[in-house]
Each structure stands twice: as structure tokens, then as C-alpha cells.
Design a protein around this ligand. Sequence first.
Ligand SMILES: Cc1cc2nc3c(=O)[nH]c(=O)nc-3n(C[C@H](O)[C@H](O)[C@H](O)COP(=O)(O)O)c2cc1C
Length: 176
Amino acid sequence: MSDSRVLYLIACAAPPTRRIRTGIEMAQKAGWDVCLVLTPSAARWVEQDMPLLQEMTGHPVRTAYKLPDEPDVLPSPDAILVAPATFNTLNKWAQGISDTLALGLVTEAIGLQLPLVALPYLNQAQAAHPALGQTVDFLRANGVTVLLGDGGFVPHVPKHGDLDGYPWDAAFAALA
Ligand SMILES: Cc1cc2nc3c(=O)[nH]c(=O)nc-3n(C[C@H](O)[C@H](O)[C@H](O)COP(=O)(O)O)c2cc1C
């Protein structure tokens, strides 16, 4: 894996995170050296799986900022995929808020002009909030491929999510 390109897979606290192994496997099949970063909320959802996720990726799973005198434990990313991207993290990302490691990475990545893909997981009520349209427009205008709508993730009726239909493949096609 050492000469593979490095993908930071950043997962937020939405149901596809319970199947983050699928995302890791697909990324690895696509040739990426995957480093998993979880928001603090997402980390609570997969607490039991941490040793397995670490073993799968071959890297520590990061969930929080390091202390100033601690070393960097992950290689630098060549690209970042935020999947699942929550309503919360998307809106904070567009606002330049960086109070989680995940947000710190993606807010800086806009300035670094890294390839950035976001695959949301939202219901129709969240998608109808007026902030979301502005967020998506802003992120797209600043170089982020936001896979929302046709060809990406289409918001579901509240409480009727379809985990089997989560379009991981669209994310890897966008990164290719
Ligand atoms: C069972 C459950 C399901 C949730 N599903 C979603 C979801 O599909 N999309 C979403 O944006 N937020 C969802 N949320 C809300 C997020 O978990 C919440 O906004 C959280 O603060 C997100 O934090 P993060 O963006 O730092 O991961 C869900 C929460 C719970 C408890």
C-alpha cells in the first residue's frame, strides 16, 4: 500500500457510517491507501469496531485533534472523501468552522486545493432547510464535488433511508 495514493475517508454521524467497512473496501479496491477519520459523534457509533477499522486500514483511526507535541500519525492526503457527509458537517464546512478534526481537515483542504468529494446522507426535511442550498452552492463554487441529487445521493423521506442504495460507487467514480 505504501506507494498508493492516500485517501482520507471522513465519516460523519449518519447511518452509512455503520457500514463504513463497505466504503473502506471499495476505496482499497480502487487503489487508495485509506486513512479513516471520524467526527466525534461518528466515533461513538462505531466504538466497538475501532480495532477492526484500524486493522483494515493499517492506520490509526483519528477522531480528534492531536496535542501540539504529538507527532502526525497519518500520511498526508492526496484526496479527501467525506462520506457520509451530514447536514451538520456540510453546513459547518461551508461556514469555515473547524471545531472537529474532520472539519479542520476539510476546511484547510479547500485552501490546499486538494481533490474533495462529499457524499451526503440526508432526509428530505434536512435538504429543504434553506441553509443547505447555500452550503452546497458555496462548496461547489470552491472546488468541492458535492454528490447531491441526480447521479449522487438523493434525499429520502424522513425515517425511510435506504442504506443498501447509498451510492458509494458515485464517490469513487468522482475521485477517479
Ligand atoms: C439515529 C440518528 C440518525 C441520524 N441520521 C442523520 C442523517 O441521516 N443525516 C444527518 O445529516 N444527520 C443525521 N443525524 C444527526 C447527526 O448525527 C447530528 O447532527 C450530529 O451532530 C452530526 O455530527 P457530525 O456532523 O459531527 O458527525 C442522525 C442522528 C441520529 C441519532
